[in-house]
Design a protein around this ligand. Structure first.
Ligand code: SAM
Length: 251
């Protein structure tokens, strides 16, 4: 029976890879890579010579058909993304679904767990994270306000991925929305000062925010506190605007 392995790879520090992941990457017939050059750096580091095939979010259905044919021929494949766990804001889900649809139980799909920016950030956040909501990347344009509303409506801490291009914009939007809610709550208190309705009409504000930048890399930085304070710090320092970001909004 062929096996499709879904293999987690480092999110920065190349030492963050499991022994099993290294063994499997060395043993499979092909490694499917989001970007063969990025994965090439990891494979070189561990002297893994397995052939790579490019597979990314823009890969056409024909590419998936070719990969299904390889599995049909009895080949074993490992899917990796540029960083972290495939399928988490990364390609993977479509291939897994296609394999299930075509082969059912006849091809085994196995996870090789490891790093993901979402769990790495949560683990050091200091925010209670027994339960959380992961919303991935905010949409660039359409649906952005609905996305922000979802963050505020959630009763659980919310984790968001953001890029260096939009981190300041995103924090400004959070700050602005929080301010509006504080104003709203003040109005409610004035209007309903003697009424039990106050609590029902108040809206939840954001209590604390954690911004994790460049996790496991040389310039790893973690900012904790209120949005204004974090925004000022990042805005004041161009270096702090570089890299990759995870934002956790506490409740
Ligand atoms: N599959 C990956 C995972 O399991 O975390 C996520 C891939 S997604 C395309 C890339 C985003 O993940 C980045 O824009 C950033 O928000 C987050 N990310 C990845 N590596 C990171 C790191 N070292 N530090 C902070 N955030 C990171």
């Amino acid at each position: 029976m062929s096996i499709l392995y879904i293999v987690a790879t480092p999110i920065g520090n190349l030492e963050d890879i499991s022994l099993r992941a290294l063994r499997i990457l060395g043993e499979v017939d092909f490694i499917l890579c989001e970007d063969t050059r990025v994965t090439g750096v990891l494979l070189n580091r561990y002297d893994i010579k397995t052939k790579t095939i490019s597979f990314h979010q823009h890969s056409e259905d024909k590419k998936i058909d070719n990969l299904l044919s390889l599995l049909e021929e009895g080949k074993n494949l490992a899917l990796v993304s540029d960083a972290g766990t495939p399928g988490i804001s990364d390609p993977g889900g479509k291939l897994v679904q296609a394999v299930i649809d075509k082969f059912g139980q006849d091809v085994s799909i196995e996870s090789v767990p490891g790093p993901s920016a979402v769990t790495a950030a949560l683990s050091i956040s200091g925010i209670p994270t027994d339960k959380f909501v992961f919303l991935g990347f905010p949409p660039h344009k359409k649906g952005r306000m609905t996305f922000i509303d979802k963050i505020f409506d959630s009763e659980l801490p919310v984790v968001v991925y953001e890029s260096k291009h939009r981190i300041i914009k995103f924090l400004e939007e959070l700050k602005e929305h929080n301010k509006e809610i504080i104003e709203h709550n003040k109005r409610v208190e004035m209007e309903f000062v003697k009424s039990k309705d106050i609590e029902a009409r108040r809206k939840a504000t954001v209590s604390s925010v954690v911004v994790c930048r460049e996790l496991s890399k040389m310039h790893e930085t973690v900012y904790r506190g209120d949005i204004d304070h974090i925004l000022d710090k990042i805005r004041d320092n161009k270096d702090d605007q570089r890299g990759e970001f995870v934002v956790i909004v506490g409740k």
